[in-house]
Write a protein that binds this ligand. Sequence first.
Ligand code: FMN
Length: 179
Amino acid sequence: MNTIIINAAVKADGNSSFIADALAKKYEGSKTFDLSGLGFETDYENKYRDGGSFRPEMVEEGLRDIMSAVVDSDLIIFISPNYFGFISGLAKLFLDRFHVLLNKSGRPTFEGNKKFFFILTQGSPNRSHGQSTLDWMKGFCNIFNFKFYGVVVPSCSYSNTDSARVKMEEISMSLSMFI
Ligand SMILES: Cc1cc2nc3c(=O)[nH]c(=O)nc-3n(C[C@H](O)[C@H](O)[C@H](O)COP(=O)(O)O)c2cc1C
Protein backbone atom coordinates (compact mmCIF):
# COMPACT_ATOMS: atom_id res chain seq x y z
CA MET A 1 0.00 0.00 0.00
CA ASN A 2 1.44 3.32 -1.07
CA THR A 3 1.15 5.45 2.08
CA ILE A 4 1.83 9.12 2.62
CA ILE A 5 1.75 10.97 5.93
CA ILE A 6 0.95 14.67 5.83
CA ASN A 7 1.59 16.77 8.93
CA ALA A 8 -0.26 20.09 8.94
CA ALA A 9 1.12 21.26 12.29
CA VAL A 10 2.80 24.58 12.67
CA LYS A 11 4.86 23.40 15.64
CA ALA A 12 7.72 21.02 14.78
CA ASP A 13 7.83 19.25 18.16
CA GLY A 14 4.14 19.15 19.08
CA ASN A 15 1.59 16.36 19.35
CA SER A 16 0.82 16.20 15.61
CA SER A 17 4.52 15.84 14.75
CA PHE A 18 4.91 13.17 17.41
CA ILE A 19 2.08 11.16 15.81
CA ALA A 20 3.48 11.69 12.29
CA ASP A 21 6.90 10.41 13.40
CA ALA A 22 5.44 7.39 15.20
CA LEU A 23 3.34 6.41 12.17
CA ALA A 24 6.29 6.88 9.79
CA LYS A 25 8.19 4.31 11.88
CA LYS A 26 5.22 1.96 11.83
CA TYR A 27 4.67 2.24 8.06
CA GLU A 28 8.12 1.64 6.64
CA GLY A 29 8.39 2.91 3.10
CA SER A 30 5.79 5.61 3.66
CA LYS A 31 6.63 9.19 2.73
CA THR A 32 6.16 11.98 5.27
CA PHE A 33 5.58 15.61 4.37
CA ASP A 34 5.57 18.54 6.81
CA LEU A 35 3.44 21.25 5.28
CA SER A 36 5.28 23.91 7.30
CA GLY A 37 8.43 23.22 5.27
CA LEU A 38 6.86 23.54 1.83
CA GLY A 39 7.08 26.58 -0.41
CA PHE A 40 3.50 27.76 -0.73
CA GLU A 41 2.89 30.73 -2.97
CA THR A 42 0.35 33.20 -1.69
CA ASP A 43 -1.05 33.71 -5.16
CA TYR A 44 -2.80 30.38 -5.20
CA GLU A 45 -4.93 30.68 -8.27
CA ASN A 46 -4.56 27.36 -10.06
CA LYS A 47 -2.80 28.94 -12.97
CA TYR A 48 -2.14 25.79 -14.96
CA ARG A 49 -5.30 23.90 -14.19
CA ASP A 50 -7.04 22.76 -17.35
CA GLY A 51 -9.33 20.00 -16.11
CA GLY A 52 -7.02 17.28 -17.48
CA SER A 53 -5.10 14.65 -15.51
CA PHE A 54 -2.78 15.98 -12.85
CA ARG A 55 0.63 17.20 -13.94
CA PRO A 56 3.10 18.59 -11.38
CA GLU A 57 3.21 21.90 -13.27
CA MET A 58 -0.39 22.52 -12.19
CA VAL A 59 0.87 23.61 -8.76
CA GLU A 60 3.71 25.82 -7.57
CA GLU A 61 7.19 24.30 -7.41
CA GLY A 62 7.19 23.76 -3.64
CA LEU A 63 4.11 21.52 -3.83
CA ARG A 64 4.98 19.39 -6.85
CA ASP A 65 6.45 16.45 -4.93
CA ILE A 66 3.66 16.28 -2.39
CA MET A 67 0.85 16.61 -4.93
CA SER A 68 2.43 13.93 -7.12
CA ALA A 69 2.67 11.71 -4.01
CA VAL A 70 -1.01 12.34 -3.26
CA VAL A 71 -1.99 11.25 -6.77
CA ASP A 72 0.16 8.09 -6.53
CA SER A 73 -0.98 7.16 -3.01
CA ASP A 74 -3.45 4.54 -1.81
CA LEU A 75 -3.58 5.82 1.76
CA ILE A 76 -3.28 9.42 2.93
CA ILE A 77 -2.77 9.94 6.65
CA PHE A 78 -3.48 13.58 7.39
CA ILE A 79 -2.75 15.14 10.78
CA SER A 80 -3.80 18.64 11.81
CA PRO A 81 -4.17 20.55 15.07
CA ASN A 82 -7.55 21.99 15.92
CA TYR A 83 -7.18 25.76 15.61
CA PHE A 84 -10.23 27.77 16.64
CA GLY A 85 -12.58 24.89 15.96
CA PHE A 86 -11.15 23.87 12.58
CA ILE A 87 -8.03 22.50 10.87
CA SER A 88 -4.91 24.68 10.83
CA GLY A 89 -4.66 27.39 8.19
CA LEU A 90 -1.73 25.49 6.71
CA ALA A 91 -3.92 22.40 6.34
CA LYS A 92 -6.64 24.37 4.56
CA LEU A 93 -4.14 26.16 2.33
CA PHE A 94 -2.88 22.76 1.20
CA LEU A 95 -6.27 21.10 0.77
CA ASP A 96 -7.39 24.02 -1.41
CA ARG A 97 -4.79 22.87 -3.94
CA PHE A 98 -6.77 19.66 -4.47
CA HIS A 99 -8.81 21.76 -6.87
CA VAL A 100 -6.29 20.75 -9.53
CA LEU A 101 -7.39 17.11 -9.12
CA LEU A 102 -10.87 17.80 -10.45
CA ASN A 103 -12.07 17.99 -14.03
CA LYS A 104 -14.41 20.68 -15.32
CA SER A 105 -17.44 18.72 -14.09
CA GLY A 106 -15.98 18.59 -10.59
CA ARG A 107 -15.03 14.90 -10.77
CA PRO A 108 -11.64 13.52 -9.74
CA THR A 109 -9.16 13.11 -12.58
CA PHE A 110 -7.23 10.25 -10.92
CA GLU A 111 -8.13 6.55 -10.94
CA GLY A 112 -9.18 4.46 -7.95
CA ASN A 113 -10.58 5.10 -4.51
CA LYS A 114 -7.97 6.29 -2.05
CA LYS A 115 -8.27 6.03 1.70
CA PHE A 116 -7.97 9.13 3.87
CA PHE A 117 -7.27 8.73 7.59
CA PHE A 118 -7.62 12.02 9.45
CA ILE A 119 -6.18 12.75 12.89
CA LEU A 120 -7.22 15.95 14.65
CA THR A 121 -5.11 16.90 17.69
CA GLN A 122 -6.77 19.35 20.06
CA GLY A 123 -6.46 20.98 23.46
CA SER A 124 -10.03 20.30 24.53
CA PRO A 125 -10.59 17.09 26.50
CA ASN A 126 -14.00 16.82 24.84
CA ARG A 127 -13.78 14.78 21.65
CA SER A 128 -17.12 16.10 20.41
CA HIS A 129 -15.50 19.55 20.18
CA GLY A 130 -13.68 18.20 17.09
CA GLN A 131 -16.75 16.59 15.52
CA SER A 132 -17.69 19.48 13.24
CA THR A 133 -14.16 19.45 11.82
CA LEU A 134 -14.36 15.69 11.25
CA ASP A 135 -17.69 16.20 9.50
CA TRP A 136 -16.22 18.89 7.28
CA MET A 137 -13.28 16.69 6.38
CA LYS A 138 -15.58 13.81 5.54
CA GLY A 139 -17.47 16.06 3.13
CA PHE A 140 -14.19 17.18 1.58
CA CYS A 141 -13.17 13.54 1.10
CA ASN A 142 -16.50 12.75 -0.57
CA ILE A 143 -15.62 15.15 -3.38
CA PHE A 144 -12.61 12.98 -4.21
CA ASN A 145 -14.23 9.59 -3.45
CA PHE A 146 -11.75 9.07 -0.63
CA LYS A 147 -12.85 6.48 1.88
CA PHE A 148 -12.76 8.45 5.14
CA TYR A 149 -12.04 7.74 8.77
CA GLY A 150 -11.39 10.42 11.38
CA VAL A 151 -10.15 10.41 14.97
CA VAL A 152 -9.84 13.18 17.54
CA VAL A 153 -6.89 13.18 19.93
CA PRO A 154 -8.09 15.19 22.95
CA SER A 155 -6.27 16.98 25.79
CA CYS A 156 -3.17 17.86 23.77
CA SER A 157 -1.05 20.35 25.66
CA TYR A 158 0.94 23.05 23.92
CA SER A 159 3.97 22.25 26.09
CA ASN A 160 4.27 18.45 25.87
CA THR A 161 3.35 15.41 23.77
CA ASP A 162 1.98 13.21 26.58
CA SER A 163 -1.51 12.96 25.08
CA ALA A 164 -0.24 11.92 21.66
CA ARG A 165 2.00 9.33 23.31
CA VAL A 166 -0.87 7.88 25.36
CA LYS A 167 -3.23 7.77 22.37
CA MET A 168 -0.77 6.18 19.91
CA GLU A 169 -1.97 2.64 20.48
CA GLU A 170 -5.60 3.64 19.93
CA ILE A 171 -4.67 5.55 16.74
CA SER A 172 -2.68 2.59 15.40
CA MET A 173 -5.53 0.19 16.10
CA SER A 174 -8.10 2.39 14.36
CA LEU A 175 -5.78 2.76 11.40
CA SER A 176 -5.12 -0.97 11.15
CA MET A 177 -8.87 -1.65 11.18
CA PHE A 178 -9.46 1.00 8.54
CA ILE A 179 -6.94 -0.23 5.95
C1 FMN B 1 -4.02 29.36 17.49
C2 FMN B 1 -4.51 28.19 18.29
C3 FMN B 1 -5.85 27.89 18.32
C4 FMN B 1 -6.31 26.78 19.02
N1 FMN B 1 -7.65 26.52 19.03
C5 FMN B 1 -8.09 25.40 19.65
C6 FMN B 1 -9.48 25.08 19.63
O1 FMN B 1 -10.30 25.78 19.08
N2 FMN B 1 -9.87 23.95 20.26
C7 FMN B 1 -9.00 23.13 20.91
O2 FMN B 1 -9.41 22.11 21.45
N3 FMN B 1 -7.67 23.41 20.94
C8 FMN B 1 -7.20 24.53 20.34
N4 FMN B 1 -5.85 24.83 20.37
C9 FMN B 1 -4.93 23.89 21.01
C10 FMN B 1 -4.28 22.98 19.99
O3 FMN B 1 -5.24 22.29 19.21
C11 FMN B 1 -3.39 21.94 20.69
O4 FMN B 1 -2.39 22.60 21.43
C12 FMN B 1 -2.73 20.97 19.71
O5 FMN B 1 -1.97 20.07 20.47
C13 FMN B 1 -1.83 21.66 18.77
O6 FMN B 1 -1.18 20.71 17.97
P1 FMN B 1 0.37 20.47 18.10
O7 FMN B 1 0.60 19.91 19.49
O8 FMN B 1 0.69 19.50 17.04
O9 FMN B 1 1.06 21.79 17.92
C14 FMN B 1 -5.40 25.95 19.72
C15 FMN B 1 -4.02 26.28 19.69
C16 FMN B 1 -3.59 27.38 18.99
C17 FMN B 1 -2.10 27.68 18.98
